[in-house]
Write a protein that binds this ligand. Structure first.
Ligand SMILES: *[C@@H]1O[C@H](CO)[C@@H](O)[C@H](O)[C@H]1NC(C)=O
Length: 228
């Protein structure tokens, strides 16, 4: 009795775990990787050494040191596969506070520029976004996956919100469909298993009766009474 009651509960826990997992995956799917395509710095802040240590950092994340960027007025280009890439990841339409900084040996680190880094900035069809600050730097970022997030076609806000809605709606629909199919399958398997078990129990019960009949036959109780 207790076993029978606990089965459905196990099933529910399983279903819950699956939906959490699905939700997790949909978040992973919507994260877009951002790489640095090129950078040029127009000045350095440190006057003790001529070779600066330039790094990129988003608030709350690790700093990404750009080991090659040492000279001003040199245009550095990257393949996106360098050991320190990618720079960061962007999720749906959320902006991050990010910037380029230069390590300082004495005081706090110097800032080339710090700004709101948004997926909607990637509004070119080639997935590039140029961030330029006068007398500081010119950096080009690459994020092809950000283009559908930030809507590439035009600059009005209406399509942008639509695209976001579409994106999430799609993820929701896929998640719900997959979960529903999975749950239905699981339920069918559970029902089948229950039916099978009941049939087995019935068969065993019948066999028990037959066996007791056999024992009666062997002992000769039945036939003997007939003879008399
Ligand atoms: C910044 O770099 C891009 C190349 O990635 C270039 O097209 C653009 O003209 C540069 N802007 C300035 C102001 O140097």
């Amino acid at each position: 009795m207790i076993r029978r009651r606990s089965r459905p509960r196990v099933l529910w826990v399983l279903l819950l775990l699956c939906s959490i997992l699905l939700g997790y995956f949909s978040v992973i799917i919507s994260a877009a990787v951002v790489t640095l395509d090129s950078i040029e710095i127009f000045r350095t802040h440190e006057w003790l050494t001529s070779k600066p240590t330039v790094y990129f950092q988003c608030k709350g994340e690790d700093r990404i040191v750009l080991p090659d960027v040492k000279d001003k007025h040199v245009f550095y280009t990257f393949k996106g596969e360098e050991s320190w890439q990618p720079l960061t990841e962007l999720q749906d339409l959320k902006c991050k506070r990010c910037g380029f900084y230069e390590k300082d040996t004495i005081k706090s680190d110097d800032v080339f520029d710090e700004w709101e880094f948004c997926p909607s900035d990637f509004n070119r069809s080639d997935g590039k976004y140029v961030h330029f600050k006068d007398r500081e730097l010119n950096a080009t970022f690459l994020c092809p996956e950000c283009v559908p997030l930030g809507s590439a076609s035009d600059n009005s806000t209406q399509p942008r919100t639509n695209s976001k809605g579409m994106h999430w709606a799609l993820i929701m629909v896929i998640s719900i469909t997959v979960s529903a199919a999975f749950f239905a399958g699981l339920f069918a398997v559970y029902k089948y298993w229950q039916k099978k078990k009941r049939q087995q129990e019935q068969a065993r019960f019948l066999r028990l009766f037959e066996e007791s009949d056999d024992i009666e036959d062997e002992l000769g109780i039945g036939p003997l009474s007939h003879v008399i």
